[in-house]
Design a protein around this ligand. Structure first.
Ligand code: AMP
Length: 419
């Protein structure tokens, strides 16, 4: 059992005070192992998912170093650079670091795409201690000479495998190439595909490697069910489930932006307030939806997988998979949005017959069969069977009373004609 305290790990007093205010009583396993290594100045590879406490694992030692060594940043420069794949995750990291570092008085900036650059350029004018950025916009502002990277002493790349999935890994490598050599580097990734291994070799030499327990463990506290239902009846079922007040704070996952919009609009028509977040929404719209969801004003958030990265909201009671993800790992990520910080949660997955192969992949990964839950959607709410689910014509089913043997089609037998 983990009985270490934050004091014993050697963090400075202003950080310990902030942690006490946040009611963090015990470091998580990744924090127990990463903090001493990072305080000692070692580079780090962390194989860990969100939900393990990895932000504080790199954030606390980083804040400790920056707080102890108060060299002012150069104009347009940053002393520490944190790269994140999505805008939501970048904002989330910045908020966490501001919380943990609230007694240190450090300067922060966030650089991300999808919003006007003027405020970001202004924020960088006098330089900052901590810069959290998504790779594309950062490179853009560097090439416009609004940001310089030659003063970066600390580099953190978060969710490197997601960077790869989203096509950012080349941008990340270009950024790494622009940084000074004698820096302190950390890389976090849930999985280690080849491109991430390559990036790691670009970034660091000898390093500490910490791997925390696989995500399937976090799934153990979540009450998981699957409901078999045709795609065309999913919206009615969702509305029906959401009429139950016990579903207090709910994230509904879809595979595409398009379906996220449709689901949210449809809920609106059924009188259930919701908002959708996905990559086509402006940063401000996404942020507004998230704030509403966090504050409790918005009960239902509809999200795609990528937009949901970095959504770290306490008290999510239910995750509903409106569509199953095609990557089983995403299922674990999704359901991990509930049951955070030791609470319980419920995950309900809608499965159309065409999604059964996805379901099997998920069940293999989580090493269990998801219990099937019957839905109690009233028959009048079910769309009548049409199209692909129409009962087959008995004349075409062998063994049925009216079965008719198909007529043989005449086909030339090979070779006969030539003979
Ligand atoms: P992360 O893996 O960094 O996304 O963190 C997951 C969640 O755990 C966040 O809500 C953190 O605020 C919370 N958290 C991180 N470390 C601790 C800790 N030692 N004690 C309690 N909560 C924590």
């Amino acid at each position: 059992m983990n009985t270490t305290t934050f004091e014993a790990l050697g963090l400075s007093e202003p950080l310990l005070r902030a942690l006490a205010e946040e009611n963090y009583t015990q470091p998580t396993p990744i924090q127990t192992r990463a903090i001493p290594a990072l305080l000692a100045g070692r580079d780090l590879l962390g194989i860990a998912q969100t939900g393990t406490g990895k932000t504080a694992a790199f954030g606390l030692p980083l804040l400790h170093h920056l707080g102890q060594n108060r060299t002012p940043p150069a104009p347009k420069g940053a002393r520490a650079l944190i790269l994140a794949p999505t805008r939501e995750l970048a904002v989330q990291i910045d908020q966490s670091l501001k919380t943990y570092g609230r007694h240190l008085g450090l300067r922060h900036a966030v650089i991300l795409g999808g919003v006007n650059q003027t405020r970001q350029v202004n924020a960088m004018r006098n330089g900052v201690d901590i810069l959290v950025a998504t790779p594309g916009r950062l490179l853009d502002l560097v090439s416009q000479k609004h940001i310089r990277l030659d003063g970066v002493r600390y580099l953190i790349v978060d969710e490197a495998d997601r960077m790869m999935d989203m096509g950012f890994i080349r941008d990340v490598r270009r950024i790494v190439g622009l940084l000074p050599k004698g820096r302190h580097s950390m890389l976090f990734s849930a999985t280690m595909p080849d491109d991430v291994v390559k990036l790691m070799h670009d970034m660091m030499g000898e390093h500490e490697r910490i791997e925390v327990s696989p995500p399937t463990k976090t799934a153990d506290r979540i009450d998981q069910h699957v409901i078999h239902i045709d795609q065309r009846n999913k919206r009615a079922l969702l509305g029906h489930l959401l009429r139950d007040e016990a579903l207090k704070r709910v994230i509904v996952f879809t595979r595409t932006k398009h379906v996220a919009n449709r689901v949210s609009e449809d809920l609106e028509k059924q009188g259930i307030a919701s908002d959708a977040i996905h990559g086509n929404k402006s940063q401000n719209a996404r942020q507004r939806a998230l704030e509403g969801f966090k504050s409790g004003n918005l009960r239902v958030l509809v999200a795609t997988d990528i937009a949901a990265r970095g959504v770290d909201v306490d008290g999510v009671t239910h995750v509903i998979n409106f569509e199953l993800p095609n990557e089983p790992e995403s299922y674990v990520h999704r359901i991990g949005r509930t049951a955070r910080a030791g609470t319980e949660g419920v995950a309900i997955s809608f499965c159309d017959p065409a999604e059964k192969t996805h379901l099997r992949g998920i069940e293999r990964l989580v090493r269990r069969t998801l219990p099937v839950m019957a839905h109690d959607l009233p028959p009048e709410d079910l769309t009548q069977n049409t199209g692909e689910n129409r009962r087959p014509n008995p004349e075409h089913v062998p063994g049925e009373r009216n079965y008719r043997q198909p007529k043989r089609r005449w086909r030339p037998r090979s070779g006969r004609r030539a003979a």
